[in-house]
Design a protein around this ligand. Structure first.
Ligand code: DAH
Length: 352
């Protein structure tokens, strides 16, 4: 009798081993421990046995059933493991998925303008200088002939940082690139100190200083951070006529247009006298006929020349300050300045 049980268990093991899918395994299970399975049939057949026989036979059948269940579970686990293995191998690298494209970056439109400005002025013999964005009160205002009560100094116009200079006045985020006039002149004089001591004439100053500037301002045409480019040409015989020639040449080259008109409109700046606002006028295109302001300019004020450490009786010249953001808007027809600083790639990639 034990033999028949042993052989059922063995047959079950072989049947489970043959099953190669979970469904086949469940079918095989039904043959042995399902409702009409062989073990179930044997259980039913016990009804006719005596109480003693039931005990021993029942225990033997139960043991066989447990052996079959153990074999079943083992096979279930093996099939599940194999399936997972196949799945892992299949999903390790799905080469059919479309790749994630990394778009090439592009130079920012304002940087394109900066590069353009630098190239054009370099071709006219101008140096390109860089300077600090956190400035002293003296460099931003006093050295440039701003009176102590000048409104540009107010907190409504200029950002201040929590660090005081030697004069007890907080440093500011430079509201213009004009302090670079004085900084560059000082560096220039230092550079040629030996030459000057030996009685030589130091070369004239010809420089532009592009960079970031800051003001308490925010709308479609003003951003709290914006760009300026300062220009300075100082020598013993540099006149307003030179300013007109240089700036006209610059604008026509920048906008690639020979029939661009320029207008020097009288204005006021503390650091120049006389001073002029520079307007340009396109003769064709969507902006044709309108006068558009692009820069402030003027003959450098004698007080500023003195603050540079130079003799105003000997040195004379002009300065100008322009807005590269505005030049970029005009060149590409952009109507809202904020687009430049939002970082939206849909806008920026158009300049690629
Ligand atoms: N610094 C002036 C501004 O921020 C611009 C400017 C005007 C600069 C006249 C100059 C100049 O050098 O001569 O509006």
């Amino acid at each position: 009798m034990q033999n028949d049980l042993d052989s059922i268990v063995e047959t079950a093991r072989q049947a489970f081993a043959k099953a190669s899918t979970p469904a086949e395994l469940e079918n095989a299970k039904a043959l042995f421990i399902g409702k009409a399975g062989r073990i179930t049939e044997l259980m039913k057949g016990m009804a006719a046995l005596s109480v003693d026989e039931k005990k021993t036979r029942g225990a033997a059948i139960n043991a066989a059933k447990q052996a079959i269940e153990a074999a079943l579970n083992e096979r279930r686990q093996a099939l599940a493991d194999a399936e997972l293995d196949i799945q892992l191998k299949a999903e390790a690298l799905d080469v059919s998925l479309p790749g994630r494209l990394r778009e090439p970056g592009s130079v920012h439109p304002v940087s394109l303008t900066m590069e353009r400005i630098e190239l054009i002025f370099a071709s006219m013999g101008f140096d390109v200088a860089d300077g600090p964005e956190i400035e002293s009160d003296w460099h931003s205002f006093t050295s440039l002939n701003n009176p102590p009560n000048h409104p540009a100094r107010s907190m409504q116009d200029t950002f201040y940082v929590d660090i005081e200079g030697d004069d007890g006045i907080p440093y500011n985020l430079r509201p213009h690139t004009s302090p670079m006039q004085v900084r560059y002149a000082h560096a220039h004089i230092k550079k040629y100190a030996e030459l000057a001591k030996a009685g030589g004439t130091i070369p004239e100053i010809r420089v532009i200083a592009p960079g970031r500037t800051y003001r308490v301002d925010n709308d479609a045409t003003h951003s709290p951070m914006f760009h300026q480019c300062e220009g300075l040409w100082l020598g013993e015989n540099v006149s307003f006529k030179d300013l007109k020639v240089v700036f006209t040449d610059f604008c026509r080259t920048f906008f690639e247009s020979d029939d661009l008109a320029l207008r020097f409109r009288p204005s006021f700046f503390p650091f120049t006298e006389p001073s002029a606002e520079i307007d340009i006028q396109f003769q064709s295109g969507p902006l044709a006929g309108r006068w558009l302001e692009v820069a402030g300019s003027g003959q450098v004020h004698p007080t500023v020349v003195k603050n540079m450490g130079l003799d105003p009786e000997k040195y004379i010249g002009f300065a100008f300050g322009m807005g590269p953001d505005r030049l970029t808007m005009l060149r590409y027809g952009v109507s809202d300045l904020r687009l430049f600083f939002d970082g939206d790639t849909r806008f920026l990639r158009q300049f690629r």
